[in-house]
Design a protein around this ligand. Structure first.
Ligand SMILES: *Cc1c(COP(=O)(O)O)cnc(C)c1O
Length: 420
């Protein structure tokens, strides 16, 4: 459930009409609802109420905006980070360092050192060489790094290939049949406290079959290692829960997920870690856009909007669906393609879509744009970097400014050898 609803025929974010934000900030602009973020954070936590010992870390890569992180920090969420930059954001938002989990297949030695010095609570090791490096750096600082080993359970998550991470040919984790030996070697190193295993098999998961199989495999390995005397106290179950992008295609709920986790992990006696991203922020954001032109096409018109693939990359990158709705629909419908201004055919948001009738100048939104939206934005075609707004009841604030081409140009240099 979200707080983007029509009132008197106009789409609102909580108590604010979209048109008011468009007027104040311009378009395109991402709009987040604080109440929706809070609700999702609570629903996910409530869904895990039967899990006695747990830690929830929001996967920052889904939406790293400082204001969004602040809302989640107030909800008691920690952070799952994949870079030194994300660590800086988590700390800036007031998240405690010991609540931060450092994931990612390519952490540099510099990032590992900075994270250790900042007191990051857990390192999710992706390969043996990384673990050896982390042990050396920690020992040289007179510290002990708390770590888990990310296991690749070799299951097909059944999601889009670009967001599938748990098959053995993917770049993530160590093969499950080698994980026990690697864990044992790493656990013997000074500077490293190896405490458990981690997995994350993919994103936008709709089917619990693969994830359940993966949890069971990794849990069995963790219990096996503990039986061998290893000091295992946790398993990090990753993220990946799907959200409804398209009306009628409904993923399992957080409650369904919580019940599944409780059933699969019963009796493990371990702390469980969770890294939700999309399910927390996806439906808490929309991308507000204005129709520039309605261009006649061969079979149907192209709705050319002022948002483009540089603002919302998911359709171009993953063939992703985002519902498109007029801010003030008349009730009439049309069949159209929806595209942005970028000079790429891939800059197409929808093909042959049944949508509200819109005309030049009308406002519309792409729904479910709070996850992997603004965070993936670029300035391709020398477009401005898209701004972000947060709504809280009847007020709203710009939480990321539009970065104008002038600002980007000012960061560039023409070298002396090109000066006339
Ligand atoms: C991306 C990612 C997540 C979050 O995935 P969602 O599908 O957004 O929930 C969690 N853990 C790791 C390691 C990730 O890479």
């Amino acid at each position: 459930m979200d707080h983007f609803d029509y009132r008197n025929g106009v789409l609102h974010a909580e108590d604010v009409p979209m048109s008011a934000i468009a007027e104040a900030v311009g378009t395109p602009v991402y709009i987040y609802s604080r109440a929706t973020l809070e609700r999702h954070a609570q629903v996910f936590r409530d869904a895990l109420s039967a899990i006695p010992n747990k830690h929830i870390a929001f996967a920052i890569k889904a939406n790293p905006n400082l204001a969004v992180l602040k809302v989640l920090a107030k909800q008691g969420y920690g952070a799952d980070i994949v870079s030194g930059g994300e660590m800086k954001r988590a700390l800036a938002a007031g998240m405690a360092a010991h609540d931060i989990v450092f994931s990612g297949v390519g952490k540099t030695r510099i990032e590992l050192r900075e994270a250790l010095e900042s007191g990051v609570g857990q390192f999710n090791i992706e390969l043996e060489e990384e673990g050896v490096a982390l042990a050396e750096i920690a020992a040289s600082l007179g510290m002990t790094a708390t770590a888990v080993l990310r296991v690749n359970p070799d299951v097909d998550a059944g999601t889009h290939a670009k967001i599938s991470t748990g098959m053995k040919e993917n770049k993530f984790g160590v093969p499950i049949d080698e994980a026990g030996a690697i864990f044992t070697r790493l656990a013997a190193l000074p500077g490293l406290a190896m405490r458990g295993l981690a997995l994350h098999i993919g994103s936008q998961l709709f089917d619990f079959g693969p994830i359940e199989a993966a949890y069971a495999k990794v849990g069995a390995l963790a219990l096996d290692l503990r039986a061998q005397g290893q000091d295992i106290d946790r398993v990090d179950l990753g993220g990946g829960l799907g959200v409804p992008y398209e009306r009628g295609k409904v993923p399992p709920t957080p409650a369904d997920y919580g019940a599944m986790v409780e059933r699969v992990t019963r009796g493990w006696g371990l702390k469980l870690m969770f890294e939700p991203g999309r399910v927390i922020v996806g439906n808490a954001g929309v991308l507000l856009t204005r129709v520039i032109w309605v261009k006649p096409g061969v079979a149907r018109p192209y709705i050319i909007v002022d948002a483009a693939m540089n603002d919302l990359a998911r359709p171009a990158m993953y063939d992703a669906w985002h519902d498109f709705e007029a801010v003030a629909p008349t009730g009439a419908r049309m069949s159209a393609n929806i595209a942005g201004p970028v000079c790429e055919s891939g800059d197409t948001f929808a093909v042959n879509r049944d949508i509200d009738v819109v005309k030049s100048g009308d406002l519309a939104v792409f729904r479910t744009a709070g996850a992997y939206g603004a965070t993936m934005a670029s300035t391709y075609n020398s477009r401005a970097l898209v701004p972000e707004v947060m709504v809280d009841g009847d007020r709203f604030a710009v939480v990321a400014e539009r970065v104008l081409p002038e600002t980007l140009i000012a960061a560039e240099r023409v070298p002396d050898f090109l000066r006339d």
